[in-house]
Design a protein around this ligand. Structure first.
Ligand code: GCU
Length: 421
């Protein structure tokens, strides 16, 4: 008996240590919660027109997201120099121009640099483009020997040939299933990608990446309300936009920011905080992305802050197991992108990211799109799988797992053709 009790206690402790008890996948156990109305300001006044939205409500929401969730960028920093590392007019079966452009930044005797790999359709100048981060280096997105392998830190992953935190030749083209470059080019769009760890290595360490360039005196890490990694990655996307504005081959008024998972959280924040992005796509972004935090379904605020303490600002920890104290939720992040086109996408088996919570966030962002005379999500019930809703605010849930698939890209291209081109 004693042994049994001990075993029970031990497994209880173990499962709690791994957070088992905190993961809910049961719709009936979603707690009751009250969502804030995007069209009612914190002081209770009703927002009846776009002028009031722009002057009062949007700024107060953005201010809260900045200081309490993603963290503020502490200052401005312009590109100090640009180097075209490589260029060819014979890429992707002769259909595209390939360009590898390195951007340099300097401040307080510290510097960072990152490389944008661009594929642009030859028959269209300037071209609308998608800009996105990748997880394992630019050379993984297509099997092209000319793509330079980044020397930046990478998380070890033997299946990608990453040992000693260095990217290697072994993973060239290894992620081409997620990046249908030829299809994107054929559809009349360009694609620009960046290896995200060049802007800020994805680890709980604030001594590397862009953060230290902004430290004052002997500061070692960002203040409570200052940027975590997602905000730093969003900063990098904005700097890529600074570059696109100078490149005649890119139509800088038609840049769609795309991201998957943690990088889908990033694309939403980048799109909300930099209005130069013409459109935003968030693929399977989940907690801290498109999913409503207050549902506490799948990954929760507590869980994400514990597993990835560096992604958000420190103030976000105030809402771990305390989501109801949030005066807003992620539907209002989507609303802050309005009236620009936004696409939220889920996957049926990606319960960790809470597909229903992603759908509901799009649904509840809709009134702000409507204020601008744009169409959002018109039906309150989730659409069936693989039946995309293509409005200014778009949504789909596809069959399958947490991933970026051909189905996803087919939808994004169709939608971008309608709303961006
Ligand atoms: C983890 C994390 C998610 C994130 C995902 C990813 O699963 O919990 O929040 O979206 O990694 O980026 O792949």
């Amino acid at each position: 008996m004693k042994k049994l009790v001990f075993c029970l206690l031990f497994s209880l402790l173990l499962s709690n240590a791994y957070g088992q008890f905190d993961v809910n996948y049961d719709e009936d156990k979603v707690p009751e919660f009250k969502l804030s109305d995007p069209l009612k300001s914190f002081n209770g006044s009703k927002i009846r027109n776009t002028k009031k939205w722009e002057k009062k409500r949007r700024p107060e929401l953005m201010d809260f997201f900045s200081k309490n969730i993603y963290g503020e960028v502490p200052g401005q920093l312009a590109i100090s120099s640009v180097e075209i590392l490589e260029e060819s007019a014979e890429a992707i079966n002769g259909k595209a121009i390939r360009k590898q452009v390195e951007l340099f930044f300097e401040k307080e005797n510290k510097q960072i640099h990152f490389t944008i790999l661009l594929y642009l359709p030859k028959q269209l100048t300037p071209a609308p483009i998608f800009v996105a981060y990748n997880f394992y280096g630019n050379h993984t997105i297509v099997n092209d020997v000319n793509i330079i392998i980044s020397e930046a830190w990478a998380k070890n992953n033997p299946s990608f040939g990453i040992i000693n935190n260095q990217l290697t030749e072994q993973s060239r083209g290894a992620r081409s299933d997620r990046w249908p470059v030829e299809k994107i080019i054929d559809a009349g769009f360009g694609l620009a990608v960046i290896y995200y760890c060049e802007v800020d290595p994805d680890k709980d360490d604030f001594s590397d990446g862009v953060h230290p360039l902004f430290y004052v005196d002997d500061q070692q890490q960002p203040a409570e309300d200052e940027w975590g990694a997602i905000s730093a990655w969003a900063w990098g996307l904005s700097r890529s936009m600074d570059y696109f504005e100078t490149d005649d081959a890119v139509d800088a008024s038609k840049v769609i920011v795309f991201g998957h998972s943690r990088l889908g959280k990033t694309s939403l924040w980048a799109g909300a905080s930099d209005r130069r992005f013409a459109g935003v796509i968030s693929n399977n972004s989940g907690c801290g992305g498109a999913a409503l935090s207050k549902r506490r379904f799948g990954e929760t605020v507590w869980r994400i802050n514990r597993s990835f303490p560096h992604w958000f600002c420190k103030n976000f920890k105030n809402y771990s197991k305390n989501e109801n104290a949030l005066p807003l939720d992620q539907h209002e992040l989507i609303a802050c992108i309005a009236p620009r086109p936004v696409y939220i996408a889920s996957a049926e088996e990606d319960l960790w990211a809470d597909p229903k919570g992603e759908f509901l966030a799009a649904l509840y962002a809709t009134p702000v799109f409507e204020l601008y005379g744009k169409k959002g999500i018109e039906h309150t019930i989730m659409p069936p799988v693989n039946q995309a809703i293509h409005n200014t605010l778009a949504y789909h849930i596809r069959t399958g797992k947490h991933n970026v698939t051909d189905y996803d890209w087919d939808q994004y291209l169709k939608w971008a053709e309608m709303f961006i081109k």
